[in-house]
Ligand binder design. Structure first.
Ligand code: FAD
Length: 188
């Protein structure tokens, strides 16, 4: 039995919807199916979605990788699929991930900046950029912090701790408190 690895780039055909639980709904469905199937086939790898583009890396038994890729190629949720890497692999390099998901992250932004790339367009990656992207997916620890917002300004933003409703409530409470103190002070 031989191992292989595969990476490809593609363009999403769907219009990105607002995120649900941190992930774009189409991507969430793809991830659910991928994790179920890949775990059964002992495939590991990662998926990156940003700028309406996908970058996916897969490794595992050659038969399983090829069968999965055949299904992926026929999927109408993406188009213009470009195979970037398709080669034998000596040993697995990912552990425990049937399909790791990497959201647009500070890491990816730093990678694009470092490479002088304005936007995420994996189909145009050099092989060196491909390896760097795989490394980034492998080392990413963003899984618990899913976000598919593709707004550069949102990357690394501090979390919105207070909603605007809560802010208004706090201001009103502050005004009432100050008023009470003033009235209390004049009565003394
Ligand atoms: P099914 O039972 O046929 O479908 C599973 C779910 O996906 C269902 O909820 C179904 O409604 C939905 N679905 C399937 N096709 C479509 C469609 N065209 N439009 C809308 N919803 C649809 N599959 C993997 O097994 N492993 C992967 O790593 C993987 N990576 C993917 C990466 C990308 C970028 C894309 C677009 C797809 C990927 N897929 C992957 C999905 C793959 O293309 C097949 O849809 C899937 O493998 C079919 O598996 P199934 O027969 O178990 O699912």
């Amino acid at each position: 039995m031989s191992l292989m690895r595969l990476a490809y780039a593609s363009e999403a055909t769907f219009e990105a919807k607002p995120v649900e639980k941190g992930v774009e709904p189409h991507v969430a469905r793809i991830l659910m199916t991928s994790r179920k199937n890949n775990a059964k086939d002992q495939l590991v790898g990662g998926l990156y979605y940003g700028n309406d583009r996908f970058f996916q890396y897969l490794e595992g038994e050659e038969d399983a990788v090829r069968r999965t890729y055949d299904r992926i190629l026929k999927d109408d949720r993406h188009r213009n699929i470009v195979t970037l890497i398709e080669e034998p692999l000596k040993s697995r390099t990912f552990s425990n991930w049937s399909m790791k998901y990497v959201p647009l992250s500070r890491d990816v932004r730093a990678f694009l900046d470092d490479q002088g790339l304005e936007s995420f367009d994996p189909a145009a990656f050099t092989s060196e950029q491909c390896e760097k992207m795989i490394e980034l997916v492998r080392n990413s620890s963003q899984e618990q912090n899913l976000s598919t917002r593709d707004d550069p300004k949102s990357v690394g933003d501090a979390p919105q701790v207070l909603s605007s409703g809560m802010k208004t409530g706090l201001i009103v409470a502050g005004v009432v408190l100050v008023g009470a103190l003033v009235i209390g002070g004049t009565m003394l």
